[in-house]
Design a protein around this ligand. Structure first.
Ligand code: 13P
Ligand code: SF4
Length: 348
C-alpha cells in the first residue's frame, strides 16, 4: 500500500481527463500539492467556467463550491471533500434577514442595490440577484462598488464591513458617506430607514481570521525590521490596511511577495497556510514573514484523507455533488454573471 499522496496520484491518473482538482490558496500544503488549478476567488470562478472535465473537486469552503456549481456546464458535477467547511463570514448573512433588510430600506423610497461579497451563501446571492445586485470578490471590489454606486441611490454591501470600507476609501468616499447598519428586526433596529441617506450601507460582518491582525502588530514588525514592506488582505480592518504598504486579494499578495528585492523582508497579513507557502517559496532570496498566526479552521477541514475519499467515491460512482436548489439558480447566477460582465467591460 502506498502513502495517501501516492494513492491520490494513482487515482488522478486513472480518472484522467474526466477529473479536475481545484484549490484555493488557503488550503494546506498536503492538499494544494494535488490541485491542477489554484487561485483566488475571482480566478477560480473564471477558471472553473473553462474546465471541461465532468468531475470537479473543489478544495475550499462551501460558498466557493456553490459558485463553481452555479457556473458549471450541464452534466458537470462539483464535489467538496468536506461539506462542513463553511466560511464563518458567509454565515453572518442569513438570506431571510438580507431580504427583510432590503425590503425595509427600499420601502422607504430609496433604490438600494445590494453588492454581495462572494463569501455568501447561494441563497443570499439569489436575493441579491432578485434585487438587481451583483457579487464581488476582493480582487474586483473596486470595479464592482463603482458599478453598484451607478445603479441606485445607495449600495448595501454585505457581509464584510471591512472590505466595504477599505474599497470605499479607495474610491474616495469618507466615513460621512457610509453607515454600518443595525440589522436587528424592525422593532429593535435603531436605524429608521427614512433617515438613512448614506451612499454606502454596510452589513456588520467581518472575517474572524482577519480580525486578528492589528496596527500594533504592524508597528512591532516595522520596529524589528525597519525596511520591511507590509501587505495585507482587505478583509483586515481599515486601521490595519492604512498602516500597511499595500492591500489586495490572495493572488495580489502572492505577486507582491514575489516582487520583493533580494534580502528584503515582506510581512504578509493573511491566512497562515498561504504565508508559510510563500516563505518556503522565496527562502534564500528574501524573507516572507507572517504578521500574526491566523489559520482558517474551515479551510483546514479539507484534508488529504478527505480528498482521497472523494476521489474513491467518484471512481465508484457514489460521490455526492454540491446541489443547487432550482429556485435559487437563475437569480444567483444573474448576480454572478453581472460581476463577470461588469469586469469584462471594465477590462479587469
Ligand atoms: P480571495 O478572493 O482574496 O482569495 O479571498 C478569499 C477569502 O476567503 C479571504 O479570506
Ligand atoms: Fe471565510 Fe475568513 Fe476563512 Fe476567508 S479566511 S474563508 S473569509 S473565515
Amino acid at each position: 500500500m502506498g502513502t495517501t499522496a501516492e494513492t491520490i496520484a494513482a487515482l488522478k491518473k486513472t480518472l484522467g481527463d474526466s477529473l479536475c482538482v481545484v484549490g484555493h490558496h488557503y488550503q494546506q500544503e498536503s492538499v494544494i500539492t494535488h490541485c491542477d488549478i489554484t487561485g483566488d476567488s475571482l480566478e477560480l470562478a473564471r477558471k472553473v467556467a473553462d474546465i471541461t472535465a465532468p468531475h470537479i473537486v473543489f478544495c475550499g469552503v462551501y460558498f466557493m463550491a456553490e459558485s463553481a456549481a452555479l457556473l458549471a456546464r450541464p452534466g458537470q458535477q462539483i464535489y467538496l471533500p468536506e461539506t462542513a467547511a463553511n466560511c464563518v463570514m458567509s454565515q453572518m448573512t442569513p438570506a431571510t434577514r438580507v431580504n427583510e433588510v432590503l425590503e425595509r430600506l427600499n420601502a422607504a423610497g430609496r433604490n438600494v442595490v445590494p453588492l454581495a461579497y462572494v463569501n455568501t451563501s447561494l441563497a443570499v446571492k439569489a436575493v441579491v440577484g432578485r434585487f438587481g445586485g451583483a457579487v464581488c470578490t476582493s480582487a474586483n471590489a473596486r470595479t464592482m462598488l463603482r458599478w453598484a454606486l451607478e445603479q441606485g441611490d445607495s449600495v448595501l454591501f454585505l457581509p464584510d464591513k471591512n472590505l466595504g470600507r477599505n474599497t470605499a476609501r479607495e474610491l474616495g468616499l469618507d466615513a460621512s458617506q457610509w453607515r454600518i447598519l443595525d440589522i436587528r428586526r424592525k422593532s429593535d433596529a435603531a436605524d429608521a430607514p427614512e433617515d438613512i441617506r448614506e451612499r454606502l450601507l454596510l452589513w456588520p460582518g467581518c472575517c474572524a481570521i482577519h480580525a486578528k491582525f492589528t496596527p500594533e502588530q504592524i508597528r512591532a514588525m516595522r520596529e524589528a525590521h525597519p525596511d520591511c514592506l507590509v501587505a495585507v488582505h482587505p478583509e483586515c480592518s481599515p486601521e490595519v490596511v492604512q498602516a500597511a504598504d499595500a492591500a489586495g486579494s490572495t493572488a495580489f499578495l502572492i505577486k507582491y511577495a514575489a516582487q520583493a528585492p533580494q534580502d528584503s523582508t515582506v510581512v504578509i497579513g493573511t491566512e497562515t497556510n498561504l504565508v508559510e507557502r510563500l516563505r518556503a517559496r522565496h527562502a534564500g532570496h528574501h524573507t516572507v514573514a507572517r504578521l500574526h498566526r491566523a489559520y482558517c479552521s474551515h479551510m483546514a477541514k479539507v484534508t488529504e484523507d478527505k480528498l482521497l475519499t472523494t476521489l474513491q467515491h467518484i471512481r465508484a460512482g457514489i460521490a455526492q455533488p454540491v446541489s443547487i436548489p432550482s429556485a435559487h439558480r437563475a437569480p444567483a447566477r444573474a448576480s454572478l454573471e453581472r460581476m463577470l460582465e461588469a469586469c469584462r467591460k471594465a477590462g479587469v
